[in-house]
Design a protein around this ligand. Structure first.
Ligand code: FAD
Length: 471
């Protein structure tokens, strides 16, 4: 069925569902449209924030599970909650302008289902089904189209931000709130509440064909990545580094037809398949969420475990269980789950250090093109780095031996390489080093506008102290 027809059918289904709901509810009047409902929801959030006395920290409660690494003792769990769980509607899709406007709690699995009815997808679809659009901006999400488009934030055109004194700002790259717009990227919920986001969509086809190229050395691997970035001859690119002598590059193309399709949400493990297959085909959504059972750290670990429970243990289910039982984790030696963004010219020297110090494989590798300088990176930190291309090297599920703190060791090596880590896991930076990487003047300028009473904690305190249970 052509996509236009699918979109019409989708709208008909939505209208029918709406009428049925209102019939059931016996509503005499027409339903509020999404835009009107949105205004009321935002007013409620703004009122709660304006009335908050500012004495204790607030954190967000959303409907979908949080994709932060669950940490024992994280102060966030004891915070008073600002409930934003009703902010989860898709407000508008404009298929001609190829834009989409949503509330922040919309999950990517729901979003892709709806945009695909128009033959469109977001430029960046993070690999776990229930990551939300608001979380993707605040937590710096990326994926296999990032070699072309950067992070999800880079596709965004406008944010609506509710400040903690109850003001509602419309922020765009070209208006008076430009710096607020840019600094929402990677703000981890410390610079106000994103309540609406407008972003670009790109054309898609129904299937994705992936081919796998294997290289024996890092220089060959890097050269192949650069070739595809320069040629722009693929739609998707990521990779699995199986070992120091086996580098697999996964190259995807949208296609209209597929001779067969696979999905990796039960017993088969996607990253392992990349080591033996030459090619694979997917329905678009199954491609996007191929790592949902874990990237290189898949649970359950055993075949029998996956056979029995694999269908039930989505990333969302696992994260909920892990968060509930966080007390069982080691606070001293937590398992390492971290994404490291390395300027491409520094990857070899970093990997030499990594092999000597840690030497854990497989690693996930996502090429990431920084489309422009990011305002949240400290002035001077990337001086001397000419690269637009970064490689995200992700280490997932690495156990730490006694007497070592891999997180701290990685932070030091990354600083030398002028790399940047995402703040979703355990962070040990001292405050001085942290603000040599993250841009304090820009952060403070926006904080004064969006959270002048510091109700949401500052970025350093939230991610490097409170997350580890330190006041
Ligand atoms: C095991 C694991 C695997 C991962 N794999 C991937 C991957 O494959 N690809 C990828 O791109 N990313 C991945 N991530 C990282 C993920 O993209 C980020 O953690 C992202 O921020 C998660 O979004 P979320 O919707 O779950 O938001 P949450 O985790 O709930 O929130 C993230 C941060 O954003 C803030 N926030 C959320 N909503 C709002 C809002 N409306 N306004 C202001 N601030 C808000 C929160 O306060 C929080 O600090 C992974 C994370 C984990 C833990």
């Amino acid at each position: 069925m052509p996509f236009g027809e699918q979109a019409l059918q989708f709208e008909r289904r939505m209208n029918k569902a709406r009428s049925a709901v209102f019939e059931l509810a016996g509503a005499a009047t027409a339903p509020l449209d999404a835009a009107h409902r949105h205004v009321l929801k935002v007013k409620r959030v703004a009122d709660v924030l304006a009335k908050h006395d500012g004495r204790e920290p607030l954190s967000l409660k959303k409907r979908a599970v949080s994709h932060q690494v669950p940490k024992k003792g994280d102060k966030r769990r004891g915070d008073r909650k600002l409930d934003v769980s009703d902010l989860d509607e898709i407000l508008e899709i404009d298929p001609l302008a190829r834009t989409c406007t949503v509330e922040p709690g919309v999950t990517f699995v729901d979003l892709v289902e709806v945009t695909m009815a128009y033959g469109l997808v977001p430029t960046v679809v993070p690999e776990l089904e229930t990551i939300t659009v608001g979380g993707a901006v605040s937590g710096c999400s990326l994926e296999s189209m990032s070699f072309r488009y950067g992070g999800f934030h880079d596709s965004c055109l406008e944010y609506e931000v509710v400040t903690t004194d109850g003001k509602v700002l419309t922020c765009r790259p070209d208006n008076e709130h430009r710096l607020v717009f840019e600094m929402m990227h990677g703000s981890f919920g410390t610079l106000g509440v994103l309540s609406k986001l407008k972003f670009r969509l790109v054309p898609a086809k129904r299937y994705v064909k992936v081919t796998y190229d294997t290289f024996a050395t890092l220089p060959e691997y890097k050269a192949a990545i650069q070739r595809h970035v320069d040629a722009g001859d693929v739609d998707f690119m990521d990779g699995i580094i199986h070992s120091p002598t086996k580098y697999v590059l996964c190259l995807g193309h949208f296609v209209d037809r597929a001779p067969y399709t696979h999905r990796y949400d039960w017993v088969k493990i996607y990253w392992q398949s990349t080591g033996s297959r030459k090619e694979d085909y997917f329905h678009v959504a199954d491609y996007f969420f191929r790592y949902d059972r874990g990237v290189t750290n898949v649970h359950p670990r055993s075949f029998v475990g996956r056979l029995l429970f694999g269908k039930l243990l989505s990333s969302a289910a696992l994260l909920r269980i892990a968060d509930t039982f966080n007390g069982l984790f080691s606070a001293e030696r937590p398992t390492v789950t971290v994404d490291l963004f390395l300027p491409v010219s520094r990857v070899e020297s970093f990997m030499r250090w990594y092999r000597g110090a840690i030497d854990h494989f497989p690693l996930w590798c996502v090429p990431y093109k920084r489309p422009r300088h990011y305002e949240w990176i400290a002035t001077g930190y990337l001086d001397g780095i000419e690269d637009d291309l970064f490689l995200d090297i992700a280490i997932y599920g690495l156990e730490q031996p006694p007497g070592r703190n891999y997180y701290e060791e990685i932070e030091r090596a990354l600083f030398e390489a002028r790399g940047i880590k995402t703040l979703i896991s355990h962070n040990y930076y001292d405050e001085e080093t942290f603000w040599k990487i993250w841009n304090k003047p820009n952060y403070e300028a926006v904080k004064r506008i969006t959270d002048p009473r510091n109700v949401l904690r500052d970025l350093y305190t939230k991610t490097c102290r409170a997350a580890r249970g330190i006041d």
